[in-house]
Each structure stands twice: as C-alpha cells, then as structure tokens.
Design a protein around this ligand. Structure first.
Ligand SMILES: *[C@@H]1O[C@H](CO)[C@@H](O)[C@H](O)[C@H]1NC(C)=O
Ligand SMILES: *[C@@H]1O[C@H](CO)[C@@H](O)[C@H](O)[C@H]1NC(C)=O
Ligand SMILES: *[C@@H]1O[C@H](CO)[C@@H](O)[C@H](O)[C@H]1NC(C)=O
Ligand SMILES: *[C@@H]1O[C@H](CO)[C@@H](O)[C@H](O)[C@H]1NC(C)=O
Ligand SMILES: *[C@@H]1O[C@H](CO)[C@@H](O)[C@H](O)[C@H]1NC(C)=O
Ligand SMILES: *[C@@H]1O[C@H](CO)[C@@H](O)[C@H](O)[C@H]1NC(C)=O
Ligand SMILES: *[C@@H]1O[C@H](CO)[C@@H](O)[C@H](O)[C@H]1NC(C)=O
Ligand SMILES: *[C@@H]1O[C@H](CO)[C@@H](O)[C@H](O)[C@H]1NC(C)=O
Ligand SMILES: *[C@@H]1O[C@H](CO)[C@@H](O)[C@H](O)[C@H]1NC(C)=O
Length: 792
C-alpha cells in the first residue's frame, strides 16, 4: 500500500511501489526483508509489541512488557548503614580511594543486578515461499502505527498487514492472497527458554496456537500465557503438532495476546483476561479492530505535524538506501530529520501507554527485545536513559504516554522507602539508585565506583511529575499524583543530607558515570575515582526538587513546614561553581578529569533538562555550561547515540541552532540501524532507544522552548530557513502552530488550553504583535482562545 504525498488521510490508493511517491517524512520502507532484529519494523500497543521481519517465512519477535527474568529480590546491603558515617568521614578527610572501596564492600546490592527484560515468543508464518519474492515491499507507517509486507510468488500477490491495538489490547494480522484459495500457511509460536506448555486447537473457523512459559525459577517466576487466535476465510485448517496449518485459504486473520502473572494473581485470572481480549477482538473482526487501532494511534501521532522542507527525489528512496545516502549528502534529505522526529513519536506511542494501574514505561529498548541477556538487562536506567525516553512526551503533545512512568515510580517508591531505612536509616521518604526494574528495585546496581553509588534517582524522576503539571496545568494531578512523590523524595533528603562546610551535602555519591583524578593533597593521589561528596549534578537535582516543592506549595496553598523546610534546604545547597577555564565544575573541586570527553553531560543537567543554567535564567551559568559542553565535545563526547542526542538538546538551550543541526546530522550518519533505531556506537552495537527519543525532543527544543517564556524559534538552524510545525506544546498548556520563512517567523498561532499568563519571545526577542497589537508584556489568556503572533 503506497501513499501519495498529497493524500495523507484517508488512504485511498494502492499503487505499485515502483511508480509511487512515498511520504518521505512518514514511512520507513524497504525492498527486501529485514536482515536481523534491528532491521525489522517495530509496532506496539504500549504493552504487547513486536518487530516484523517480512521474511519469506515470516518472523515476528514479540514482547509483553511485564515478562522479565524473575521475581522481586531484596538486594539491599545490610552493612551500608553502619559504614555510612565512616565513609562520609573518609571523604571529608580526602580519603577518596579507600572510601570508594568501602562503598563497594559495604553498600553494593546482593546480587549486583536487578531483573532483566525477557523476550516473549516468536511467531512464524511458513507460507512455503522460499523462492524469490518478486515486487517486494515492506513498510512501517509511523502515523498509523501499522506495518505491511507485499510481494508476488507464482503470479499471486501476497500481503501481510500488522496492527497493534491499544483499545483492544491485542495485535492483529491479516494475511491474504490476490487469488482465491492460494494462501497456505503454517502458524506457530516458539521460544527457546522456559517453555511450560505448547499446543494448538483446531476448529472450523477459529483455531489457536498457545504457548505458556515462565522465567525459570522454582518459585515466584513471572509466568505468562500467549495465544494466536486464527480465523480463516476459505480453505481448511488442520493441526500440525503445536502449530496450525491453513490450506487453500484466501484470507487468514490472526489475533495475538499474552497476559502474565505480573498483573494477575492466578493463571486462571490471566488466562480469563487473555480469552476475553481475544474473544472480543475476533468477534469484532479484523477490519473493525484495525480501524479502531488506527483511529486511536492517529489521535496521538496526528497532534503534531512538522515540515522542515522537502527532500524531493532524495526522500523517495527505500529507507536503507536513504540512510546510506545520508552519510554522503545529508543536506539533500532534510525530510530524513522529519522522519526521525515522527518515528520517535511513533516509538513512544507504541511502547508507552496507560494499560491500567500497573502500566510499565518504555525501557532501554522501549518495549522490543529479543535477548534473554539483553544489553544492560534492557531495564530502567534512571541516571539519564529513561528520563531521556520521556523528553519528547510533553513538548510533542503526547502527555498521555507519560503515565506508565508515574505508575512505575509509585511501585518503586514503596521499595525505595525500605531501602532508605535499610541503607541510610531514613524512616521517611524514598531513595532510588541508578536503575530500577519492573518491581521498582531500589538498591544500588552493579559494582563500580563511577556508577553504583548514586542516591539521586528519586529526585530526577520526581521532576517528571512537576513538568507534567507545568505542561498540562492539571491541578488534580499535581495534588494527587505529583505532590506525594515530591514530598517523599524531599523527605528522604531531609534525613540523608549531611551538613559540612556550611552546606547540605550528598555523599557517598558520584557524577554519573564519570571519574576524576585524585589530587595530590588527597588519598590516593593520581588514582582515578568516581565517589565523592556533592557533585554538581546532585546539587542541581536538589535545587530543582526543593524549587518544585516550593512551587507546588504556592499553587496548592500549602504554608506549613513542607514549604519552610524546602526553603531552608534550598538556601543551603551549594550553588554551581565555575572553574579556571570558565567551565562549569563537575565536582566540588576542580579535579583533573579522567575523561574530558565523557559521554554523560551530568553537570549540565541544569541547562537541560532543568533550567537553572539556561541563558534567560542565569547567563553566567549558561556561559559556564557552554564552556563545559564545548570542551566535552572537542574531546570526543557525543560518543553514543543518546549522548549525542543530549548534546543536541543542550545546544538548543544555548540557542545554537546550527550546532544542534550539525550534531543531528552526525547522529543520523552514525547511530541509526536499518530500522532507524538508535544504537550505542552504530549498527551492530547495542540497540538503545533513548537516542531516538532524545533526538525527537531536540528537534522540538530547537523550535520551541518554554522553561522561562514561551520562546518561538529559539534555535532555528540556518539549514532550515523555511518550515512549519503544528501542535507542539509549551508549559502553561499552550499549543503552538507556527510557520517561518527566510529564517524569520511569518506567523504563529498559540492556543491557550488552560488560560493563564502568556509570556512570549520570538528568536532573540524580535519585536512582535499579538492579534495585531504590539506585544510589550505577558498577556492574560482565555482557555480555548487562540492568539496570532506576527512580527511587528
Ligand atoms: C499487491 O497488493 C498490494 C495491496 O493490495 C499492493 O499494494 C501491491 O502494489 C500489489 N503488488 C503488485 C505487484 O501488484
Ligand atoms: C583512609 O582510610 C583507611 C581505612 O580506614 C585508613 O587505613 C587510612 O589511614 C585512611 N587514610 C587517611 C589519610 O585518612
Ligand atoms: C521450499 O518450500 C517447499 C514447500 O514448503 C518445500 O517442499 C521445499 O523443500 C522448499 N525448498 C527449499 C529449498 O527450502
Ligand atoms: C465443523 O463443521 C462441520 C460442518 O459444518 C461440522 O460437522 C463439525 O462438527 C464442525 N466441527 C467443529 C469442531 O465445530
Ligand atoms: C475450539 O473448539 C474446542 C472444542 O470445541 C474448544 O475447546 C476451543 O475453545 C475452541 N477454540 C477456539 C479458538 O475457538
Ligand atoms: C508535610 O505535610 C504533611 C501533611 O500533608 C505532614 O504530615 C508532613 O509532616 C509535612 N512534611 C514536612 C517535611 O513538613
Ligand atoms: C547565577 O549563578 C551564579 C553562580 O551560582 C550566582 O552567583 C548568580 O547570583 C546567579 N545570577 C542570577 C541572576 O541568579
Ligand atoms: C580537549 O578540549 C580542549 C578544549 O576544547 C582542547 O584544548 C584539547 O585539545 C582537547 N583535548 C583532546 C585530547 O581532544
Ligand atoms: C544487522 O544487519 C545489518 C545489515 O543490514 C548489519 O549492519 C548489522 O551489523 C546487523 N546487526 C547485528 C546486531 O548483527
């Protein structure tokens, strides 16, 4: 199915691939099957997801987001509490190396790692199409969230359609042949580990293949049941071992679901849920299920449309060809950036949806995983990666996708309260370290001084709830959902922080995941260490947390000690320091850096995602951050996809549009795999989805910022002199549509969804008019009203 550029929706025409113009900012498409997992196209309904290979014998690698490697583990180290005062004294005395070693010895979780995300099952369709597949096309429609495969064999046109339905909670597939009775297919489910039961049942018009498996423990294993329900038109159905063989059919529809013990207390309960969803979807039928899924998905993806200019013929190539061409001639294909932006929104809508009270957020691989030992367990790494996943959620108008993160934070809070008691002797508040799993495991993870001991995960995650309020202006959310998290996050630090040198300090802690050289007046001089007292990022996280508490108290009318305590602590957090080269300091002293080109941008947290160090808020600090980021980059940072994406966001906050764009080009030339997923160091290295989301956020951040005023085109690159965007969202709950030409705003329409004050700035504060009247000061808006902004 090929879509002409001019007919975005509805899709009316089906044309042969060779003659058609694809919408270059919407489709990933290919003339050959995927070579591997990172070439297969991803779809998902926020809980069940899969990648489609489009191979002759079709392979779909399926996931369900609660299928992980095992039950909850209490890993908190009981020696931590006793060691804490000693470690702090050693750090204060400059005994850095021994303190770090003592932290590893007494505070590491046991075992070191939380649980890993596991694959679900593979679904295979064996058509016997093992010869040449002619006229081959497969695609992913990032707007509709659907995948498609078509080819001819023996003069018959075969097609496969795939859709993941959030409303129905299932995946649906339609296989068809252009000639009656020409479709033969054997449908099977398989898994390489921990299979408990497999089977198939054959009925006249509705058959099924089932597979039940677990995570291998003798007790408490996460167990699931999966089923492919098969409905054929024409032909006969027979059982073939654990598979189903359909012979001489014309169309076969398949509905797939899996349910697990994570959300249901008994096998009969999760299997009843499975049956309910499959009965309901198969009774509705493929067409109705598909249409409802598409209307749901497009209700999210359709909120934003971006135009950064047309690529012409350079965009009208298969995606793998485009990716290769982009390495040589990036300027020929600006729509590749738009496609990558749209793909990021597709990936978020496919991997992160509200599926009930135990929704799970996008993990290191979003929701797509084929390994039993995936890179970094494909878990939730919260010293940058999972936060980055949600950077595009609010500004690109996908606030609904944020909710699973809040569900996981609630699960983790309960665990974090226990760990706060056990490790730090804190009886109120919660602590999270640098990773959690689906159980909210709050203990330190792995064992090494540059990454393990970081008690700041709760502070960072709590900021997401505050930002959710800032964008949505939802006071009920602020009171009922955000405030308890902020309060509990702060309560931990009120207990945990220690006074020294006139400040409240963190420690033992670190600057994720960097290391410094121990200076000559400390122990042991010349050693490379990570653990210290009060790194800059910790102070910035605390600054933001206490500021968020104060802001929330002001909004909710809270004037008790919750307010005064936050004010007191805020005044005693050390301000960011500037070093001898004008650079923002990463640690409490100007230590020599072991890795001046380090991939983490932790000290610049206050520039992005927070705002303490942004140019309009504090130009001294933004200048110092710029020196730091420039230095990192000239020493080789941006060395993973996600690092490069963070850098793009930082330069957007520094109003360096051309640098955002050039880093975007470098990103697209190096990191995307054949299916445009982000990778660690290029195709063949670990797939990690954070870079997809960070890139999408950076494109938005280039066009719209709102942490201090609603700032239109703050970092417009000269490579995109003309363009438009519709549907981005600014803090205050303003929807922004705008067009620009020759590098200048032509017109913007800002729609106020909640009323309130609108403070505006365009580019470097050029004179503007609102509804024709010169703009001089913030205006009071009325909910539901739009305001037209033009140059004055
Ligand atoms: C096969 O059918 C599909 C869907 O109807 C269509 O998009 C494709 O162009 C057809 N292929 C050929 C070779 O006719
Ligand atoms: C550092 O701590 C170790 C272990 O407690 C101790 O042996 C050593 O003397 C300390 N060194 C300094 C300089 O404090
Ligand atoms: C191709 O598929 C047919 C039908 O399934 C089978 O009989 C034949 O052995 C296959 N040939 C090869 C080379 O795999
Ligand atoms: C299948 O259909 C045939 C013919 O209508 C009927 O005799 C048979 O009982 C049906 N089998 C099942 C399992 O429903
Ligand atoms: C098929 O028929 C069997 C026996 O009547 C029944 O137990 C089973 O639920 C049916 N399966 C489906 C998928 O309808
Ligand atoms: C904050 O307010 C709650 C009541 O809502 C109270 O129980 C708690 O002690 C206060 N916390 C602090 C730190 O004052
Ligand atoms: C900016 O930050 C510096 C360093 O913390 C501080 O001294 C200065 O007062 C701040 N400026 C403003 C305008 O807040
Ligand atoms: C690191 O960056 C600094 C400042 O930009 C530069 O002078 C220095 O040459 C760089 N060092 C390396 C090894 O790239
Ligand atoms: C997947 O295949 C592509 C070629 O399409 C290759 O570049 C890449 O290294 C492969 N990835 C893995 C993990 O083997």
């Amino acid at each position: 199915m090929i879509i002409l550029k001019t007919t975005l929706v509805p899709l009316l025409l089906l044309l042969p691939a060779a003659n058609a113009a694809w919408d270059a900012s919407r489709f990933l498409w290919y003339n050959s099957p995927a070579a591997n997992f990172t070439g297969a196209v991803p779809i998902g309904n926020g809980r069940v997801a899969g990648v489609v290979y489009g191979t002759g014998t079709e392979k779909i690698t399926l996931n369900e987001n609660s299928v992980w490697s095992g039950p909850w583990q209490d890993r908190a180290n009981r020696n931590a509490l006793e060691a804490l005062p000693t470690v702090r004294t050693m750090l204060q005395n400059g005994n850095i190396t021994d303190a770090g070693q003592m932290v590893l010895d007494t505070m590491a979780g046991n075992p070191n790692s939380p649980r890993a995300y596991h694959p679900l099952v593979d679904m295979a369709f064996d058509f016997g199409h093992n010869g040449t597949l002619a006229d081959y096309t497969r695609y992913l429609d990032t707007y509709r969230g659907t995948a498609f495969v078509t080819y001819t064999v023996g003069g018959v046109n075969y097609t496969r359609e795939y859709v993941a339905s959030h409303p129905a909670g299932v995946m649906a597939v339609r296989l068809s042949a252009s000639q009656a009775g020409k479709l033969n297919v054997k449908i099977s489910l398989s898994r390489t580990q921990f299979v408990l039961l497999q089977g198939s049942t054959v009925n006249n018009s509705s058959s099924s293949v089932t597979l039940r498996a677990d995570s291998g423990q003798s007790s408490g294993a996460i167990t699931f049941t999966s089923e492919a329900r098969i409905l054929n038109t024409g032909g006969t159905v027979t059982k073939s071992g654990n598979a189903i063989q359909v012979t001489d059919a014309t169309t076969v529809d398949i509905f797939f679901d899996a349910e697990s013990s994570y959300r249901y207390s008994s096998q009969s309960a999760w299997e009843a849920e499975l049956k309910k969803k499959l009965d309901s979807a198969s009774a509705a039928g493929y067409e109705a299920t598909k249409n409802a899924a598409i209307s749901d998905f497009t209700s999210l993806t359709g909120r934003v449309s971006l135009n950064l200019g047309s690529s012409g013929s350079a965009g009208n190539q298969p995606t793998d060809t485009r990716l290769a061409n982009y390495k040589e001639s990036p300027n020929a294909d600006p729509e590749f950036v738009t496609l990558y932006f749209n793909y990021g929104r597709h990936l978020l809508a496919a991997s992160s949806r509200d599926t009930g009270s135990l929704s799970l957020p996008a993990n290191l691989q979003g929701i797509w995983n084929q390994d039993y030992s995936p890179p970094w367990q494909s878990k939730y790494t919260i010293n940058i990666n999972i936060e980055m996943n949600y950077w595009p959620a609010l500004v690109t108008n996908l606030a609904d996708t944020h909710k699973p993160l809040f569900d996981l934070i609630d699960v983790a809070r309960a665990r974090g309260q226990e760990v706060a008691k056990i490790m730090y002797g804190c009886n109120s508040g919660f602590v999270l370290h640098h990773n959690v799993d689906l159980w909210g495991d709050a203990a330190p993870v792995d064992k090494g001084t540059p990454y393990m001991m970081w008690p700041m995960g709760g502070a960072w995650l709590s900021a997401h709830l505050m930002e959710h309020y800032r964008f949505t202006q939802d006071k009920a959310f602020l009171r009922d959902r955000a405030w308890p998290v902020l309060q509990q996050a702060a309560n931990f630090y009120y207990c945990y922080l220690f006074q020294w040198n006139g400040y409240y300090n963190t420690g033992p802690s670190l600057s994720p995941e960097n290391r410094f050289i121990v200076p000559s007046n400390m122990q042991r001089p010349g050693a490379t260490e990570g653990i210290d007292i009060s790194p800059t990022m910790d102070n910035s996280l605390l600054y933001e947390l206490f500021t968020n508490i104060i802001e929330t108290c002001n909004i909710l009318g809270i004037t008790d000690s919750n307010l005064t305590k936050a004010q007191d602590y805020l005044s005693k957090i050390r301000r960011p320091q500037v070093g001898s080269k004008g650079q923002l300091l990463e640690w409490r002293q100007e230590y020599a850096e072991a890795a001046p080109g380090h991939r983490h941008m932790s000290p610049a947290y206050g520039l992005f995602p927070a705002s303490q160090m942004t140019p309009l808020v504090n130009s001294t600090l933004s200048a110092a951050s710029k020196v730091l980021v420039d230095k990192r980059m000239s020493n080789g940072s941006g060395s993973t996809g996600w690092s490069r994406a963070w850098v793009m966001n930082l330069y957007a906050r520094l109003f360096q549009g051309d640098t955002v764009w050039s880093n975007g080009i470098s990103f697209l030339q190096k990191y995307p795999t054949a299916n445009l997923w982000n990778s660690d160091s290029g195709p063949g290295s670990a797939f990690q989805i954070d870079g997809n989301f960070g890139f999408t956020a950076a494109i938005a951040e280039m066009l719209l910022q709102s942490h201090s005023v609603v700032h239109l085109l703050p970092a417009l690159p000269s490579a995109v002199p003309t363009g438009s965007v519709k549907g981005l969202v600014a803090r205050g709950n303003f929807v922004v549509d705008m067009q620009w030409a020759n590098g200048a705003l032509t017109k913007a329409v800002v729609t106020s969804r909640s009323g309130g004050k609108l403070a505006l700035r365009v580019k470097s504060a050029v004179p503007i008019a609102v509804n024709g009247a010169k703009y001089a000061a913030p205006i009071d808006t009325t909910a539901g009203t739009s305001y037209t902004i033009t140059l004055a």
